[in-house]
Design a protein. Sequence first.
Length: 309
Amino acid sequence: MPSLSQPRYRGIFPVAPTTFAEDGALDLASQKRCFDFMIDSGVDGICILANFSEQFLLSDEERELLTRTALEHVAGRVPVIVTTTHTSTAVCAARGRRAQAQGAAMLMVMPPYHGATFRFPEPQVFEFYARLSDAVSIPIMVQDAPASGTVLPAAFLARMAREIEHLAYFKIETAGAAAKLRELIRLGGEAVEGPWDGEEAITLLADLDAGATGAMTGGAFADGIRPILEAHRAGDADAAFAQYQRWLPLINYENRQAGFLAAKALMKAGGVIACEAPRHPWPALHPEVRKGLLDTARRLDPLVLRWGR
């Protein structure tokens, strides 16, 4: 029986960027190279269609095409988490059923929200996830992120873990993530199969100390972040600290300066993808931010800068 002690998935599951051509069209050739690179970089799995994948700039048809492309191309080499967030319970459940049918290992879903002010109370959020669980038979991850504006107390998350069959993973990205992870584990126990870190690993070491068993990071340098997880899991606190200290400048640059464009800028620089542009109206990365990002990365020599050369 899967549980906190025996999770189905653990380790590093970075978010894959969505690759576009200069005119904004999907670039599926680059997308496939992106997946190949990520697997070569040492990921335990891949997440698609997250906010860091610019999911909010994609049409429904493009989401379906990207899901099919990812699952067919990855072809079971690593598990793929598909983000199926939507405000509508019915739409989210339908997305989830389609993703499961195509081979998704897990669904990641934010609580229902819309815009800056539309929020839903706890009974509706509980029912939203319960109905999604009824629609599928694979694990569901709650994405607890500030972008939704929906407050999800640890006690509420733990109750959902205990009472909703397939709700078992929790990506905690709110302020004080380590404290929330620790409280979630205390209250939910074995029902919290996957307490995970997010937010590009900026709080990774504290979150691991709090009991996180997985990390959903940016997609460009899993080869740098994986040794932190492995050292921590082996009980080597000094090695975990040293590796975290080494990679923290690049983690910080992604989290605080470049955001979701960091992965694409690094992949473009290393020949993994053909174009690093976001989709309009999102602004392109400022040249000085890009320069700082690449200067920081070159000091660390991640695989991303060498893979496509």
